[in-house]
Design a protein around this ligand. Sequence first.
Ligand code: ZN
Length: 131
Amino acid sequence: MKDLLCDQFQNTVSEMTLCHRSILEILSKLQESGVRVQRSVVHSVTSCGCQKITANKKSLPENATFLDLKNLLDSHLSGNLCNNCRDNIESEIGRSLFYMAALCNLMELNLYDIFIKEHKQLEILREYNLT
Ligand SMILES: [Zn+2]
């Protein structure tokens, strides 16, 4: 059984990209959208200031287990997204999903099948504590 929302999204993207079906255009737009996601995150730190990045080298014990690493390593990110930055980042991620779905359409791939396949891979890795 396919996920209706995911398939509907992919179908809507297909209808919206009728005039822009070149693989070259979709690939460049997909890359550009990824950069815009990163830029919107950076903007929340450097322009808005609702988030802060603090990074430094971590000394890790030689005998650290994967569970230890989960506790020792962090995201280097602190603060809370304000509503404006949250909206911006969500919009950019949405745009990136649009071009990801457009690429799937051109390649005759089903986005939901890819989610399921990736999820199964993650579950296998989780069993071995490798994520
Ligand atoms: Zn903000």
